[in-house]
Ligand binder design. Structure first.
Ligand SMILES: *[C@@H]1O[C@H](CO)[C@@H](O)[C@H](O)[C@H]1NC(C)=O
Ligand SMILES: *[C@@H]1O[C@H](CO)[C@@H](O)[C@H](O)[C@H]1NC(C)=O
Ligand SMILES: *[C@@H]1O[C@H](CO)[C@@H](O)[C@H](O)[C@H]1NC(C)=O
Ligand SMILES: *[C@@H]1O[C@H](CO)[C@@H](O)[C@H](O)[C@H]1NC(C)=O
Length: 530
């Protein structure tokens, strides 16, 4: 009887499920906290499409970040970490930045992350979140893979919901460590180096040293500093119960990284590490009329020049600026240049084939068929946009991962690389002439672009799918690789190797001893017979 009654309820349940959106895509509207603190505009260019997509699916998002969504959206409560962009936008000397050694970059980057997190703790924005009642519950917390570590006390405050990490700045070592992804220095370049496989012996040695330095900075300096900040600012009960930051990070359900094998090279990925490069790239929109006309009028080719949202080209050194102006003036007559230049006064000596603009719709410009080359700092987002649109690159890397991006693009035959410190009219002109004149750059970039764009699901949908998967199942413990919970010597099977060596040594010792005994006996026998 009872079984019959519950069976009779089934059709109704199925109907309800179908009404709610049907099958795998469905997750009921959830309360999600997104802690997106990285104080650079580009990280938010990358993550806002994800915020918009989740809001459109009806989730109630609370977003802690340096910039509010523009325009404001339904289903999104913006909490702004006021002043954090200005805090890090100190007058930058790009030449000095390019002179920092690779080893130094690890410390510099982590200090920058730690300081900006520490800054955020005393802002009105973060205090607003402190003031949420302690029994308020979020169903999920989305954090950035780097930079918001000192705010992980919120995981405790809001009842330890599952955590998903997203990372706009590639696929750094520590995110792999947190989910136990194979991240072997024999074949994966450290993100501050520019190694391309196969590695030579010195490559591997350098790589291992960088890995060790990163391990040290991350676990011995950086995470403990974040623990100290957390304990200074979070109130009593939360602070005393909160797990160490390292533990919270090692417990993330899924990590979504800005990566794709076509550009980064093939390597193993555990299920909990999901590459979603390209989430920020949309269908191109029509260009403003003047830009459209300018590019239409360049049938011999147009060049787009921008150093990204963080680096201002009006603050370049005079040598570099003049080198660029000189090279543009020496281009064939029909070639036009569009330059993102942030000042009112144009660069001195600007030739008539160049047009400057303070803000330019980069992604849409790269979609114009006349754009044949992109002079870029090879930042990750710019590299991805250019690849998506099939435009070859002239790279002038300045900081952190830009050197590796540039080296990879050059290795794939779709870019030429220039050195910032020695930039000259001749070097710029030579690189541009190559990229514009030799059709192989464009052909290879078209092939790469096709592979980069071809996915089973668009990247933004993939990101939403995995976030909702974690929501539907309140975590993703089945995706957790055993490697995430193993000690390094277990992972390298050093315990087994040591045991096998011991057994072999014991067997050899026994054989040697026996042989000695036999020889002594034979020797003794001989003496006797003599
Ligand atoms: C907000 O969520 C509702 C469902 O709760 C949805 O119908 C609506 O489209 C969402 N609004 C926006 C602007 O995304
Ligand atoms: C959405 O989240 C905010 C917290 O930022 C909360 O105050 C509000 O009640 C939530 N709305 C719904 C419909 O759950
Ligand atoms: C790990 O995350 C799960 C949710 O995914 C949570 O239930 C559990 O308490 C967390 N463990 C620790 C030690 O934070
Ligand atoms: C965080 O900033 C405060 C000043 O606002 C400073 O006293 C403290 O030492 C900093 N903490 C860390 C771990 O850097």
């Amino acid at each position: 009887m009872a079984a019959g009654r519950s069976l009779a309820r089934w059709p109704l349940a199925a109907l309800l499920l179908a009404a709610c959106g049907g099958g795998g895509g469905w997750a009921s509207a959830s309360n999600v906290l997104m802690i997106l603190t990285t104080p650079t505009p580009s990280h938010h260019i990358w993550s806002s499409p994800l915020v918009e997509a989740l809001a459109a699916r009806g989730h109630n998002l609370t977003v802690l970040s340096p910039t509010p969504l523009k325009p404001p959206r339904a289903n999104v409560t913006d909490i702004v970490i006021e002043g954090s962009l200005e805090y890090t936008d100190a007058d930058t000397d790009y030449h000095a930045l390019t002179q920092i050694s690779t080893l130094e970059w690890i410390r510099t980057t982590m200090e920058w992350y730690a300081n900006s997190c520490n800054y955020s703790l005393s802002t009105k924005g973060v205090r607003q979140l402190f003031d949420y009642p302690d029994d308020f519950r979020f169903d999920l917390i989305v954090i950035e893979g780097s930079g918001g570590e000192c705010l992980l006390g919120f995981v405790e405050k809001f009842g330890r919901p599952p955590v998903v990490a997203i990372n706009g700045f590639g696929n750094p070592q520590w995110l792999n460590w947190n989910v136990g992804n194979p991240d072997h220095p024999a074949y994966v370049s450290h993100s501050q180096l520019t190694l391309r496989w196969p590695f030579s012996f010195t490559d591997k040695l350098k790589n291992v040293l960088m890995y060790l330095a990163t391990l040290y900075h991350y676990y011995v300096e950086f995470l403990p500093a974040n623990d100290r900040m957390l304990h200074t600012y979070f109130a009593g009960a939360v602070a005393s119960r909160a797990a160490p930051v390292a533990e919270t990070l090692a417990n993330v359900s899924v990590v979504l990284v800005n990566a794709h094998h076509s550009l980064d090279g093939a390597r193993p990925f555990v299920p909990a590490l999901v590459p979603i490069a390209g989430i920020h790239i949309k269908q191109p929109k029509p260009l403003p009329k003047d830009l459209q006309q300018f590019l239409d009028g360049a049938p011999e080719g147009a060049v787009y020049f921008s150093l990204g949202s963080l680096v201002r080209s009006d603050r370049l050194g005079a040598q570099q600026r003049d080198a660029l102006v000189g090279a543009f003036a020496a281009l064939p007559r029909g070639v036009r240049v569009l330059w993102k230049w942030e000042s009112d006064a144009p660069p001195p000596g600007l030739p008539p084939n160049v047009r400057v603009g303070k803000w330019l719709p980069q992604s849409d410009i790269l979609a114009h068929p006349n754009v044949r080359a992109f002079i870029s700092h090879a930042g990750m987002l710019s590299s991805h946009e250019s690849t998506w649109r099939g435009v070859p690159i002239v790279a002038i890397p300045l900081i952190v991962d830009q050197y590796l991006n540039a080296a990879r693009l050059q290795g794939l035959g779709v870019a030429e690389k220039l050195d910032y410190a020695t930039l000259s009219k001749e070097s710029v002109l030579a690189a541009l002439t190559k990229v514009l004149g030799d059709p192989s750059y464009r052909e290879r970039m078209r092939e790469l672009s096709a592979v980069f764009r071809e996915r089973p699901r668009p990247p933004l949908e993939t990101a939403v799918f995995w976030i909702e998967h974690v929501l539907r199942h309140r975590g993703a413990p089945r995706m957790r690789a055993p490697t995430a919970d193993m000690a390094w010597y277990e992972l390298m099977l050093l315990d087994v190797a040591a045991f096998v060596l011991l057994v072999v040594a014991a067997v050899v010792a026994v054989i040697v001893l026996c042989a000695r005994g036999v020889r002594r006996k034979i020797g003794g026998g001989k003496k006797k017979t003599e």
